[in-house]
Design a protein around this ligand. Sequence first.
Ligand code: ADP
Ligand code: MG
Length: 161
Amino acid sequence: MTEPESFRLELHLDDEAATLALGQRLARAVAEIGVGINILLNGDLGAGKTTLVRGLAAALPGGADARVSSPSFNIMNLYPTTPEAAHFDLYRLEYQEPDESLLEFLQDDDTLVIVEWVQYLDKSFWPDDFLLLEWRPATAGRTIELTATGKNAIKTLRAAF
Ligand code: ADP
Ligand code: MG
């Protein structure tokens, strides 16, 4: 039997608590699968991207001390979780060349890489294996589409749901 190449699901998040809970759910799966996971977030200002990262980082082993903030004014935030998490925000990149450190972390299987505003990253820089979260228009709360591409991302999404 051949493995599917991607796995997709859509969720409605009624409120901030639901966004945090999705982050926690993904954290449990990341802790279980462990390596080579890249989470790419595509949503506008105020979508809830940083909120999701807060829920995720806090629920990882060691995450109680992670101080999650939007890394728009520095290149990235590193959280002392297991796995270690590197949190990027490309809002100010606006299609310019990404920082070398992002490309290095995307190659590094030991680090969980989380990228806000991934729509500003040229597709040629995207990894082969990633979980993409896309915010869709919603009249209340948030609608989010999750697509897993590649072996680790598919395993992670299956473990979470
Ligand atoms: P972003 O990082 O995408 O700019 P933030 O995480 O800073 O967005 O969140 C922006 C606002 O959206 C916050 O006030 C947060 O509480 C709110 N929010 C997060 N998730 C939801 C949701 N599912 N429904 C309604 N509001 C939400
Ligand atoms: Mg943000």
